[in-house]
Design a binder for this molecule. Structure first.
Ligand SMILES: [Zn+2]
Ligand SMILES: [Zn+2]
Length: 171
């Protein structure tokens, strides 16, 4: 859905959309949408910029960084963004966005594609590191077993006998 500049020039635009799994392009991100993602947002023109505020909600699954099991996680995120016209950069040639304005994007002549805003917010909602639980023991680096489920008994570097200091004790 396009939030068009034409319409914004007339009035504030309030939207509410639901995106089924597969409807949004996450640019190859390592998570999957689980059921619909819902968005409600309001957009308005402030000077030359489009100001869009709203909320996304839904569920995702991703993999635990340590043991690779699926981790289901909720997405609940508010956003408050400003988009500048792309042609403004062409004029200023180089735009340095101040650190406190990192939530500034750019839009082309016609307006903003809501799908892109939502996909970006979903991507931003996923933490860099995801673990299934804080004490996840991960996969055994020797045999690949899930150490949360089995005690494979492999000697790993964490065990006393093979600690990096053990060689210092040898005669
Ligand atoms: Zn895990
Ligand atoms: Zn093992």
């Amino acid at each position: 859905m396009l939030i068009s500049l034409e319409e914004l020039e007339l009035h504030r635009v309030v939207v509410s959309e639901t995106y089924a799994s597969g409807a949004l392009d996450y640019h190859g991100a390592e998570f999957k949408q689980l059921g619909p993602i819902k968005v409600s947002a309001a957009a308005e023109l402030t000077g030359q910029e489009i100001h869009i505020q709203g909320h996304i909600g839904g569920r995702l699954w991703t993999e635990c960084d340590r043991c690779l099991t699926k981790v289901e996680m909720p997405v609940e995120r508010d956003f408050d963004l400003y988009y500048r016209p792309l042609k403004a950069i062409a004029r200023e040639e180089e735009v340095e966005v101040p650190a406190d304005e990192l939530n500034v994007g750019f839009f082309s002549d016609s307006g903003i594609a809501l799908e892109e805003v939502v996909a970006e917010q979903v991507i931003l909602s996923v933490p860099m590191k995801v673990v299934c639980r804080v004490d996840c023991r991960g996969l055994c680096p020797v045999c690949g077993a899930d150490r949360n489920r089995v005690n494979c008994g492999c000697a790993t570097r964490q065990s006393g006998a093979e600690s990096p200091f053990s060689s210092l004790l040898e005669p």
